[in-house]
Design a protein around this ligand. Sequence first.
Ligand SMILES: [Zn+2]
Ligand SMILES: [Zn+2]
Length: 254
Amino acid sequence: MIANYHTHTMRCKHAIGSDEEYVLEAIKHGYKVLAFTDHSPWPLHPFESASIRMDISELAEYADSIQLLKMKYQDKIDIRLGLEAEYFEDRINWLSDMKELFNMDLLIFGNHFHRTISFGTYYAFYNNRDQILNHYRNDSLAGLKTGLFSIFAHPDIFVRSLRTWDKKAENMSREIINCAKEQGVFLEFNLGGVRSHAGYPHIPFWEIVAQEKAPTIIGVDAHSPSDLSDTRSIEDAKRILKGLNIQITEVIPD
Ligand SMILES: [Zn+2]
Ligand SMILES: [Zn+2]
């Protein structure tokens, strides 16, 4: 790996290691680009919580910390500042404003929740199984079409909530894959899923990516500095993608 665009920080409350430890680990293992894309805060509805993301009040400090590291290590590695965020129609303009305000280099699309943040609306454990494909498709297409996102993180996360992988799931997947391709958004083969055997990456999904020749990238989804040097998951992913005849982009254009 020479670039990773999916790196979390302790602020999301489920990652470990200081920001600088991620940078040092990346340099040590030959990365040339490291983008921090921690779970985005959102202005929350009263019933929502920031239990798996930073609070809004931490955003400025996060941006400062990454910008300082960018300068400190500029001759060793290209550090980028960003966030991993959902598509929430009622708050997406706020996200766009934050990207501008903090001069962020990129946003990646982590389509985790439908409309609001709660356990039942989490696409990995979705409570409305009759509607999951429909909702996931609508949020995916809307998010991809905002033009805000460079990468679609773990686009196949919804597979965890399916009873079976059927023709409907296949058709929906083809639709979002083609939308990403049209919008110039890279589809992420997620190493977090590889490391945890979470049910994604789902190979039938990636067979469609291969057929459609959609742009693909590997994302470490680092929640610990050591994830950056987890050669086993990296080698597994490269072997699977090679077997599917999928070309990997390593460094995305600015
Ligand atoms: Zn996370
Ligand atoms: Zn994610």
